[in-house]
Write a protein that binds this ligand. Structure first.
Ligand code: NAD
Length: 268
């Protein structure tokens, strides 16, 4: 896609699922990729291996390069280290994908302050702090930048038992819009993608259970869960120059999940 080759992209939580697919797709588009992982260096290396398989070949060593960085996005010092190391190695950071995310199932009246804070500090505060660092870097060097937040259909659909998760994703919508508006004139575009039910480890409990999977898919107008590659394609588009005039938006990649499938048949 236009404008991606030679750019440097940092993807948080890139050792599995959607983050891994995004890293692979951006490498395929010719981006240098920084693979952040919290734990599981082996899985991060697997992301690197798969990404390099897809990356365009170059004979002279000028092709796609990778950097693996361990770091917890709920820790400010880890974020600073991640961004500094990226700039040290590549000279710039052009694209940030705030993908790292966790969810915890619990009735809202039993959620502890600590559990609530943990979800918010990874999903929302972590995304904000990573965005802040990319923005500082772009402003210091007067260069454009791109931020893509991995939100969720739960940005707009309430989800009982997952209050902290839905609050974090709802907050992400305003994080996206506020930063987009604040920095548009400085050439920084900020968008979000909102996956629906996607086949990744975060959904292992229903993926492995045919009955639960059928229930999940019954709510999806396109009648199936999404793939990580379908989500990554949306990120590549928003990061590319094809989306040069798009900022402050959430792109729902959900098979129509947010169309209220219960209205498929006319109610009378
Ligand atoms: P996943 O569990 O495979 O990926 C989450 C990644 O975040 C993991 O690699 C994990 O190690 C990493 N992570 C967790 N805490 C971290 C921390 N403190 N610091 C750094 N990394 C951390 O699941 P996934 O489905 O690929 O989720 C990726 C994103 O997509 C999440 O933000 C999730 O909310 C969002 N999402 C997923 C779905 C879905 O159906 N799979 C739907 C909507 C949104």
């Amino acid at each position: 896609m236009k404008g991606l080759a030679g750019k440097t992209a940092l993807i948080t939580g890139a050792s599995s699922g959607i983050g891994q697919a995004i890293a692979i797709r951006l490498a395929q588009e010719g981006c240098n990729i920084v693979i952040n992982y919290r734990k599981g260096a082996e899985e991060a290396k697997e992301t690197e291996r798969l990404a390099m398989q897809k990356a365009p070949r170059s004979e002279d060593g000028s092709g796609v390069k990778t950097l693996l960085i361990q770091g917890d996005v709920s820790k400010e010092e880890d974020i600073l280290n991640m961004v500094n190391k990226t700039i040290e190695m590549f000279g710039s950071l052009d694209i940030l994908v705030n993908n790292a995310g966790i969810q915890k199932e619990c009735p809202s009246h039993e959620v502890t302050a600590q559990a609530f804070d943990q979800v918010l500090s990874v999903n929302l505060r972590g995304a904000f702090l990573c965005a802040r660092e990319l923005i500082k870097h772009c402003l210091d060097r007067d260069r454009p930048g791109i931020i893509i937040n991995v939100s969720s259909v739960h940005e707009i659909i309430p989800r009982p038992l997952y209050a902290s998760y839905t609050i974090s994703k709802g907050g992400m919508e305003n994080l996206t819009k506020t930063l987009a508006l604040e920095y548009a004139a400085r050439g920084i575009r900020v968008n979000a993608i909102a996956p629906g039910a996607t086949i990744t480890p975060i959904n292992q409990d229903w993926i492995d259970n045919p009955e639960k999977k059928a229930v999940v898919e019954s709510h999806i107008p396109l009648a199936r869960a999404g793939t990580v590659e379908e989500v990554a394609a949306g990120v590549a588009f928003l990061a590319s120059d094809e989306a040069a005039y798009i900022t402050g938006q959430t792109l729902f990649i959900d098979g129509g999940l947010t169309l209220y499938a219960d209205f498929r048949e006319a109610w009378s």
